[in-house]
Design a binder for this molecule. Sequence first.
Ligand code: TZP
Ligand code: MG
Length: 258
Amino acid sequence: MAEAAERTGPRARRGNARSFRRALLHAKERAAILHLRALLRCANDMRWLEPDPEGRPRLCLLLTRALVRAGTDPGSLVERCAAAGLDAVQVREKDASASEVLALVHELRERLRGSGVAIAVNDRADLALAAGADAVHLGQDDLPPAQARALARAHELAIGLSTHDLEQAQAAGADPAVDYLGIGPLFPTATKGYARGIGAELALAMQRAAGKPAYWIGGIDPARVHELRGAFGFAVSSAILGAEDPVAVVRALRAPRA
Ligand code: TZP
Ligand code: MG
């Protein structure tokens, strides 16, 4: 009886209130820390994997130097486009040697330092790590994401995976090694020789099924960008690289839409 009074009496109630307040404080602190981390990720090179605070889709430039107009320096193009509104740049140099890719990533790191624009390397986790890039973007036939994660060990390397149908998107969503998805080809594109695209409806279903950040890709230009409703982000190559005024194209791609 005395014991029960001890558990329910005024002293016990005061004790309960104290531990409730402590738990609340703890929860608030944890929420504040999580919020701070998200803010930091937005402020530094990982903002490209956080939703845009204004709700606009994120923009990634896919850099293949062969697609840049003659007379334009690729590094300078990337720097100018970054200032106009990129969130990430992915180095996609299928025919370059390892040392060429390393040199290019190093140059971009210098040019983009402090800009908050992330750098990803296509296909090669080893090169992404060696160059100190922020991410590697893998295809379905590249090193599996779990192997790339094992290679990265403690390094903060984001891992992306290209997906082309709902099944692949679901698998990428369930794979703990995958941080973000590429979804496409959205529209037909000569850049990768696709005569047909999967369309925006399926792309959105894939993004939702995965439940992770997703960059839609393929044949996107200012004339079609309004079709990307609901996209977390999108990636563009030829429409920017081949343009007479790449900065104007970046601005047009990022312009607010109704
Ligand atoms: N994957 C699907 S489409 C594509 C890749 C790498 C190429 C995208 O290039 P573009 O020029 O923006 O269509
Ligand atoms: Mg690939």
